[in-house]
Design a protein around this ligand. Structure first.
Ligand code: SF4
Ligand code: SF4
Ligand code: SF4
Length: 571
């Protein structure tokens, strides 16, 4: 049986329904794929029960309320179609007026009292009356948006980056390639997810919709481009776009060229966090994460990489360096592991940028260590990272995201299964145990480790009282307290709350950590699309299976301080 789709209207201009009626050449495909069981604007037949109900318009009267409740009871999925349904839109302007004044303004002195058609209550959005499963914003919506939802419900895995075009004629708009995040408006279905992420979840407000109807487009104010605006290059719009309208500047060809030039000494630096998300796309049947990592090292060597290095150890050194820094600077110190967080401070709070010790960021330490080790002109560093923002760092010769690494292997038809893993390890091993899972993937680990490193290198013991408090959801305060001194950290995992805390007296914190990606780098802007919380947990489990659980933070931090003391002359 074909899925049943119904379109119902309430108070509206019917412009959104007209978009569906205007599907024209797609109607034949649509009718083949689904049964349209109710659509007052174009057909007489009507049936109540359906799989998806698209609702246009807002709720005005008790009779509307009764009707929408029946529709909800009979529909498996209910989609609010257009701004009147999603927010109440212009209909809600009437709420400012007494009902009698509003009726008189429209119907003059006609006596409509007692007629239920004119029995107006407050105008409400659909979700003020019943549960809504999905929202399609727009005034009117675009027909591609409707097609996307119908196709998504009935034939496609939800939330997968589908790169759909639906066979709809391109809108003839030019791609925007001015930033490391490219945008193809012809693919955009105006779901406005990117806008919600950037504005409401991150409070960055770099992008928004401009124009109306067919001309509507996601853009920056006055079309000045993301880099000239407030964008912090976190890539969260990219990984949250359901249809692949955003993409990164690809550096696959650039990497191939670096490898093909035999005079180059190409070093791949791999952040294992990046591999946790692309493991399913890597060309192998192997399921053990550690074995896949080792096979990948072999495969990259077969592609003429001279060395393959684990990025995590530079994160460790960064912890020791930042611990040392906060001992000597009693001002607030922002952690510098997230380049988008640095960009945020520079753009929004330039007065605080001086509190970010960028010199001790993991990537700066990595560059210094590698350049010191290989004092060769033709050293070329390719960074495989979960973080798209590194693409704007000219110090790297190429930056590959989790999405690009499988593409690189595919160009050479590399299958990892044919490459050995026994006895294979990363190069440039600085001698640190690999038990710390970094990158914001477990609760406040980075700040906590910096505090411990600061404390331990100063006092040579960890007999301080550690207090971890939550000021509100996703905001943590850590305190190390003893007779010898106090260190405080503030960890902000929810960027929408950042301004509130940065407005406070931040001088009382020795460490302030925040990052835009919702589960840290596990869901970074360079990662493969995150389809669910289960997927995040799968990535975290892969990393832990590889790095192991930390048994003794004391042992870990002491070890990294002693390695740091040995190598810091070189950094
Ligand atoms: S990259 Fe981040 S800051 Fe820039 S537009 Fe996208 S979500 Fe907003
Ligand atoms: S998330 Fe993608 S499809 Fe949705 S509005 Fe943004 S660019 Fe368009
Ligand atoms: S949280 Fe991680 S992935 Fe996201 S922007 Fe920061 S460093 Fe990059």
């Amino acid at each position: 049986m074909k899925p049943r789709v119904a379109i119902f209207d309430f108070a509206s201009c019917e412009g959104c329904e007209l978009q569906i009626a205007n599907l024209e050449e797609q109607v034949a495909d649509l009718v083949q794929a689904v049964d349209i069981v109710s659509f007052r604007e174009v057909m007489k037949e009507h049936s109540g029960a359906c799989d998806i109900a698209f609702i246009e318009g807002s709720i005005q009267r008790p009779m509307d309320e009764e009707r929408i409740k029946k529709i909800r009871a009979n529909a498996k999925v209910l989609v609010a179609l257009g701004d009147c349904a999603c927010t109440g839109c212009v209909n809600k302007m009437r709420n400012e007026l007494p009902v009698d004044d509003a009726l008189r303004a429209v119907y003059g002195n006609a006596d409509v009292r007692g007629n239920e058609l004119f029995d107006l209550s407050q105008s409400r959005a659909i979700d003020e009356v019943v549960n809504v499963d999905f929202y399609i914003r727009g005034c009117p919506v675009r027909k591609e948006q409707v097609l996307y939802y119908v196709q998504r419900f009935f034939g496609m895995p939800p939330q997968k980056n589908l790169d759909l075009r639906f066979g709809i004629n391109a809108r003839g708009m030019d791609d925007d390639r001015r930033s490391i995040v490219n945008f193809d408006p012809n693919k955009c279905i105006m779901c406005r997810r990117c806008e919600v992420v950037c504005n409401e979840a991150l409070d960055v407000h770099a992008i928004a919709v401009a124009n109306k109807g067919f001309a509507s487009i996601m853009t920056t104010p006055f079309d000045i481009g993301m880099d000239n605006n407030k964008c912090i290059s976190c890539g969260q719009c990219l990984v949250n776009c359901p249809v692949g309208a955003y993409s990164e500047v690809s550096e696959v060809d650039k990497t191939l060229k670096l490898l093909e030039d035999r005079s180059n000494y190409v070093v791949f630096v791999i952040d294992p966090i990046a591999l946790t998300s692309c493991m399913d796309s890597l060309p192998t049947d192997e399921t053990n994460f550690g074995i896949v990592v080792r096979k990948l090292i072999s495969a990259l060597k077969a592609m003429k990489a001279k060395e393959v290095v684990d990025f995590t150890q530079f994160t460790y050194l960064s912890i020791a360096a930042q611990g040392e820094y906060i001992q000597n600077h009693r001002d607030a110190a922002f952690t510098s592991w997230c380049p988008s967080a640095s960009t945020y401070l520079e753009k929004f709070y330039p007065q605080y940028a001086k509190f970010m010790h960028k010199e001790s960021s993991p990537e700066n330490i990595m560059l210094k260590v590698l350049r010191k080790r290989h004092e060769v002109e033709n050293l070329k560093i390719v960074f495989v990272t979960p973080c798209i923002v590194h693409k704007s760092n000219g110090a790297f010769d190429a930056v590959l995201t989790s999405r690009e690494l499988p593409r690189l292997l595919a160009t050479k038809e590399m299958r990892l299964d044919f490459h050995p893993h026994l006895g294979v390890t990363f190069d440039c091993d600085l001698g640190m145990i690999q038990k710390f899972v970094s990158g914001g993937v477990s609760d406040y680990t980075y700040s906590l480790m910096i505090l411990k490193a600061a404390y331990l290198s100063k006092f040579k013991n960890l007999d301080a009282a550690l207090t971890i408090g939550s000021r509100e959801d996703f905001i943590h305060e850590l305190t190390f307290d003893s007779e010898l001194g106090v260190f405080n950290a503030l960890v902000i995992e929810d960027m929408s709350k950042l301004r509130k805390y940065l407005g406070e007296d931040i001088a009382k914190y020795n460490v302030i950590e925040f990052y835009p990606c919702f589960r840290g780098c596990l869901t970074g802007g360079g990662q493969c699309l995150t389809t669910s919380e289960d997927e995040v947990n799968r990535r975290r489990a892969r990393l832990k299976s590889y790095k192991g659980e930390m048994e003794s933070p004391y042992e870990f931090v002491s070890q990294l301080i002693s390695v740091y003391d040995k190598v810091k002359g070189g950094i």
